[in-house]
Design a protein around this ligand. Structure first.
Ligand SMILES: [Zn+2]
Length: 666
């Protein structure tokens, strides 16, 4: 922001030097601690800001994008006479309503009082189950189990009903099931959170205290029935097709004959269930717990979901609880939280405005070329793999050639037709947007799958691979420094966005992705021998990452993070091979004192430098399928001969891995 208040926007977070030696700490040797060698001074000089839980390249760029969006939000929310229903009007009024704290404070818990009363009037189990469905259709809560409409992964051209495990509040089932000091602290904070929200909603404090006991007991039973995150990574184990009759038999108390109607759909012939044990336990719980307990549980689901959007005491209670989980010191500013809310609710409207103002079409052209270079390199490498038979190679190439790349933003925007956004009604806006999205989702049943849809919004600093669509997507938000810059040398771009492209491509061939075919269907296209060889190689990766620790003694879960680690390994190797085909990759010209290869690896380290609050690190090690940033930086490097050569790393150096032990899969 300029001091004059005149618009003087920064064009990027790019420093003067793309690889800045001032960020390094050369008191570390690259062979002993490459993470600190590459980023030590940056890590020292960039502690986690009070409003954040981690701080690194992704967060810096996300913050920069948020500031860019802020200027759009402030502009459209202050404009008069916008056409009703236009993207500008709806985005602007959504923002204005969220920033209208006078109205929000005055309303207190009013926006959910009618919902709380309705729950009070429930008479029986059927009424409970029906209310759960209603809360889901309103986007007010996803109580007890998950319901969604999405692609059938064995028949990806069709959308089907999916039922999934859920019903708990804490970030992982371990918080309910494992006794230790940290979990005790979190339970205490959770207790306070439940009591505070109930009290704020008008319940007497003593009663609210008793309510926590009810919520905790029910959620603990559900947590026990959930499968672990590692178990949930198995696409076959979590694919369970039930006919309607089978479903009714397995979960009689969920009253499907009427529930599907309450959810707004015709009863389907069959549904997909990710964890049938969980659904059975959920149904069972409906008969073992009293109606009164269930009302408490439903009210809790409503309260916790609404709390962030109500008046200050609710928002504060929600933040106080999150603070204990994550360690965050101060709340993210209201405008920034609002940006996330708008992005989540009407992302295609905001995305249109963001792209029109900030996305350079040349970036798309350059990305198309980079994706092609990476794809060609991937092809060459598949052809030369020594562990894979020609038969499997043929199918791997078919799959690679069938990738759909998506770059920047969708070709077709969602129009949110009929969604009314009102300047004076924040909670109503949220509710109507949720209703719209819900109706949009269920309308996909029986319709052909729309392949133009994106899984991320344009300002997002991220990328993804979708196995069922066999597509890789790179939102506009990530196509900037330190991932990508028009003026940067190839080493920087290939070590940044090149590795990201390679990462997403490799997801198509990681331990999960490899189980999907070129057309996106879950099916086995591997010879038994090749599959066994792949698993043996993947097991080595599990072992390598199991050995990494965070917070001194907590080990990375090599099985939980396997897919991401495989993608990093393959992605960086691919990006390096593609980089070596560029003129810079073939030269030895120094820039700021570094060889092209050194710059490639330093760029990779630059992308992954990150400070993380200890509380957040403890949570992520349980829940995040990505390894911590130190492990992500080092994991692929120690398997690449070129890295040893670039920094002259020798036996005896702490990171040294003998050549015969280096893992190369793709
Ligand atoms: Zn990934």
């Amino acid at each position: 922001m300029s001091l004059t208040g005149l618009s003087q926007e920064k064009v990027s977070i790019r420093p003067d030097k793309f690889i800045d030696p001032a960020n390094m700490d050369k008191s570390f040797s690259p062979g002993d601690d490459f993470y600190n060698y590459a980023s030590g001074n940056w890590l020292k000089n960039n502690p986690v800001p009070a409003k954040e839980t981690r701080w690194g390249s992704f967060n810096q760029l996300r913050d920069f994008n948020a500031e860019a969006v802020k200027s759009i939000l402030e502009d459209v929310s202050s404009r008069k006479g916008l056409q009703s229903g236009s993207a500008e009007q709806r985005v602007g009024d959504f923002f204005a309503s969220a920033m209208d704290t006078v109205t929000i404070e005055k309303l207190g818990s009013t926006p959910i009082q009618a919902d709380l009363k309705r729950i009070d009037q429930i008479k029986d189990t059927k009424g409970l189950v029906s209310e759960m469905a209603y809360l889901r259709t309103q986007g007010l809560a996803s109580a007890l189990y998950g319901f969604s409409v999405g692609q059938d992964r064995k028949n990806v051209t069709e959308n089907v009903v999916n039922l999934s495990q859920g019903g708990t509040t804490l970030p992982d089932r371990d918080y309910y099931l494992v006794d230790n000091k940290r979990n005790e602290q979190i339970k205490a904070a959770y207790e306070k959170y439940v009591e505070t929200l109930f009290t704020l909603s008008g319940i007497k404090p003593a009663q609210a205290k008793a309510y926590f006991g009810i919520v905790w007991e029910m959620e603990s039973i559900l947590a026990k029935a959930q499968w672990s995150r590692v178990e949930m990574r198995d696409p076959y184990r979590t694919y369970n097709k039930f006919s309607l009759a089978q479903l009714e038999k397995k979960t009689p108390n969920l009253h499907w004959a009427t529930t599907f109607g309450d959810l707004g759909i015709d009863a389907p012939d069959s549904v997909l269930v990710n964890n049938p044990d969980f659904m059975a336990a959920a149904s069972e719980l409906l008969s073992t717990k009293s109606l009164q307990d269930w009302k408490v549980y439903l009210k809790w689901n409503l309260l916790k979901n609404a709390s962030g959007s109500l008046s200050t005491p609710f928002v504060d209670a929600s933040f106080a609880f999150n603070q204990v989980l994550t360690g965050q010191k101060v709340m993210t500013p209201r405008w920034q939280r609002t940006f996330s809310t708008i992005d989540r609710n009407i992302g295609d409207l905001l995305g249109q405005l963001y792209v029109a103002k900030y996305f350079k079409p040349e970036a798309k052209e350059r990305m198309v070329q980079l994706v092609k270079n990476l794809s060609d390199t991937f092809e060459e490498r598949i052809k030369t793999l020594d562990w894979m038979s020609d038969e499997t190679k043929q199918r791997a190439l078919e799959k690679l050639h069938a990738f759909t790349p998506k770059i920047g933003y969708p070709d077709k925007w969602k129009d949110y037709e009929g969604l009314v956004i009102n300047r004076n009604d924040y909670f109503g806006n949220l509710r109507r947007a949720s209703q719209w999205s819900y109706q949009y989702m269920i309308a996909q049943l029986g319709k052909p799958v729309d392949k133009t849809r994106w899984g991320m919004t344009p300002p997002t600093v991220n990328a993804y691979y979708s196995p069922v669509n066999n597509e890789i997507a790179f939102p506009a938000g990530i196509l900037q420094f330190p991932f990508f810059d028009f003026d940067a040398d190839d080493a920087v771009n290939y070590g940044g966005i090149g590795a990201v492209i390679g990462h997403e491509m490799t997801h198509g061939f990681d331990d999960q992705g490899r189980q999907y075919g070129a057309d996106g269907n879950l099916k086995d296209w591997w010879t038994k021998e090749d599959a066994d060889k792949f698993k043996a190689l993947a097991d080595k990766v599990v072992e390598q990452y199991n050995a990494y620790t965070v917070l001194d003694t907590v080990h990375v879960n090599g099985k939980l993070t396997l897919g991401e680690n495989l993608a990093d390994l393959g992605g960086l190797a691919m990006a390096y091979a593609a980089f070596k085909k560029t003129p810079q990759g073939q030269s030895n010209e120094l820039i700021d004192g570094f060889t092209p290869d050194q710059r490639f690896f330093l760029s990779w380290a630059q992308v992954w430098r990150m400070n993380t609050l200890p509380e957040t690190a403890a949570q992520l090690i349980l829940t995040d399928p990505h390894a911590p940033s130190t492990a992500r930086t080092l994991g692929p490097l120690v398997n690449m001969d070129a890295w040893y050569q670039a920094f002259d790393i020798k036996p005896g150096d702490k990171l040294y891995k003998p050549e015969s032990e280096r893992i190369r899969i793709w």
